[in-house]
Design a protein around this ligand. Structure first.
Ligand SMILES: NC(=O)C1=CN([C@@H]2O[C@H](COP(=O)(O)OP(=O)(O)OC[C@H]3O[C@@H](n4cnc5c(N)ncnc54)[C@H](O)[C@@H]3O)[C@@H](O)[C@H]2O)C=CC1
Ligand SMILES: O=C(O)C1=N[C@H](C(=O)O)C[C@H](O)C1
Length: 277
């Protein structure tokens, strides 16, 4: 363990952060190092990454953290009480197996997960808790509840569209948040999103299918994350909106989940469980 982090509190959960050099990895590591109630015990990057072997604090341009960035997931995760993971679907599935073996909490922010990835995570969650959400912020998780409520109150003469905007580097669409909001809207209508989801529009699409839920994605610049749920009827519209301006909100939620999960049994949880919503 590092001599550089506070050692006054013996029961601080030891946290491994995957994707250490990523936009979310850096944010998480910064928040963990700044919090005396937490301990950073590992920082993982993909094999071949130029941060491997460097101290993660200095690689981030700050003070020594006493934790070297590693590609040894087996060794790092074996020492962890929690793994916070914002990487890619394939990496997340591999980390889930190791985290389950270590009986540690796996907090998953990675989006773009397909049904096969989700099945692998469900298998891992038979051994240890997994807390997964396409968005870890308090605001979006509140918006999910509002979306479900508004969709339940309105009939199918109100068309539902989810519009999202993200930075130019984002690789998946619709965003994990947009899908959470779409699922909530479908639930409000007593259906599964798969049954209501409108295919991506291009060309002669025909008129909108009544009761369907559409998605549109904008990518550009450094947009952190913006989501609108539009309920459109003849003569009026309701727009529920969340604007993220700082990735700190996602990191705060993920760290809260890692701590919350410490006394939880195996299973899949989400931020509604963590936040008690
Ligand atoms: N649930 C939430 O609240 C949020 C979710 N996200 C999601 O988190 C994911 C990551 O987002 P960003 O940090 O913006 O991406 P990023 O591309 O900046 O970072 C991903 C990092 O993971 C690393 N990585 C990939 N494979 C790896 C492996 N096998 N082992 C270790 N490291 C590996 C990459 O080298 C990279 O540094 C995306 O799926 C994004 O949608 C992002 C923000 C909030
Ligand atoms: O990739 C991102 O940046 C984000 N991804 C999450 C998503 O897919 O919804 C959460 C947030 O919007 C930022």
């Amino acid at each position: 363990m590092s001599d550089f982090q506070n050692t006054d509190q013996p029961n601080r959960p030891g946290i491994v952060v995957t994707g250490a050099s990523g936009r979310m990895g850096r944010m998480l590591i910064g928040q963990i190092l700044a919090d005396p109630a937490l301990r950073l015990v590992g920082a993982l990057e993909r094999p071949g990454h130029d941060w491997i072997g460097q101290d993660v604090g200095t690689a981030m341009g700050g003070a020594l953290a006493g934790v070297a960035v590693s590609d040894d997931a087996v060794g790092a995760i074996a020492q962890a009480q929690a793994v916070i993971d914002f990487t890619s679907p394939a990496a997340t599935v591999a980390f889930a197996e190791l985290t389950a073996q270590a009986r540690a909490v796996h907090v998953i922010g990675t989006t773009g997960l397909e049904p096969a990835h989700l099945a692998a995570l469900a298998a891992a969650a038979r051994h240890a808790p997994i807390i997964r959400a396409g968005n870890m912020s308090l605001g979006v998780n509140l918006l999910v509840g509002l979306t479900r409520k508004v969709a339940a109150a309105l009939g199918t003469d109100w068309d539902i569209e989810v519009v999202e905007a993200h930075h130019r580097h984002k690789v998946d669409a619709p965003s994990g948040t947009a899908l959470m909001l779409g699922e909530a809207a479908a639930e409000g209508r007593g259906a599964a999103l798969d049954d209501l989801r409108s295919p991506a529009r291009e060309g002669i699409t025909g008129a909108r299918a009544p009761g369907s839920i559409g998605f549109s994605a904008i990518r550009g610049g450094d947009v952190v994350g913006e989501h609108d749920v539009i309920f459109a009827a003849d003569g009026e519209r309701i727009v529920l909106r969340h604007l993220a301006t700082d990735r700190a909100i996602f990191a705060r939620g993920a760290i809260r989940a890692a701590v919350w999960g410490q006394d939880k049994g195996p299973g899949v949880y989400d931020m509604h469980d963590v936040l008690g919503l």
